[in-house]
Ligand binder design. Structure first.
Ligand SMILES: [Zn+2]
Ligand SMILES: [Zn+2]
Length: 204
């Protein structure tokens, strides 16, 4: 799977620009990615969100305005990008320009996005409706904030749940295989096997 990484915003959030057969898919939209795409004259044909946390969706409305590309996300991510008061209710001083998704994505063994077949896994616990996207052919997982190199996503934010997070990682991600490369929402890429064997949150 050919892809590029852009890291933006105060939380140093990764997003991934994937070269699918029918065009570029952008996974997540941190602050600054719209400028990065414009500078490089790359026009994404689709924006997919792993989850609705502010640092992953900051540029969503701008990307839609600039490129007119459709936006796909989980139903639980929808209010996080369409309701500007969503995070304020939890006491966060964040605000984004609201926008609506064009289609919803749920867990499925296989779905094509611009001709790229991906398995979609729902792994909540860090954030409700958190999705991971698995390219089986290339053994690559776009994981969002679920599993990091030597870490896991925070479970103490609104809607977080440690049990769901850890059971999801062990029951859904580990079986994908040790050789799978994980492209996480923060920090460097890693492999499932490395995390299964050495991640301090996950070793038995
Ligand atoms: Zn997050
Ligand atoms: Zn994040």
């Amino acid at each position: 799977m050919a892809y590029e990484t852009f890291t933006g915003g105060v939380f140093e959030t990764n997003c991934y620009l994937v070269d699918a057969p029918a065009g570029h898919i952008l996974f997540d939209a941190p602050d600054g990615v719209c400028d990065w795409l414009e500078r490089r004259k790359i026009e994404p044909k689709l924006l997919i969100l792993t989850h609705g946390h502010i640092d992953h969706v900051q540029d969503v409305a701008r990307i839609r305005q600039t490129f007119g590309c459709p936006i796909g996300c989980h139903v639980e991510t929808k209010p996080m990008i369409s309701d500007p008061a969503f995070f304020r209710r939890f006491g966060f001083g964040f605000e984004i320009e609201p926008t609506e998704p064009d289609f919803l994505i749920e867990e499925t063994p296989g779905r094509e996005f611009l001709g790229l077949k991906l398995q979609v896994l729902e792994v909540p616990g860090h954030c409700p409706g958190s999705l991971c996207f698995f390219d089986r052919t290339n053994a690559v997982l776009i994981g969002g904030d679920v599993l990091f190199a030597s870490g896991v996503g925070r479970w103490d934010l609104p809607g977080g749940d440690a049990d769901l997070l850890f059971s999801g990682i062990k029951q859904k991600l580990f079986p994908l295989g040790d050789a799978v490369t994980v492209l996480p929402g923060h920090g460097p890429a890693t492999q499932i096997g490395t995390e299964r064997q050495t991640n301090p949150f996950l070793v038995p």
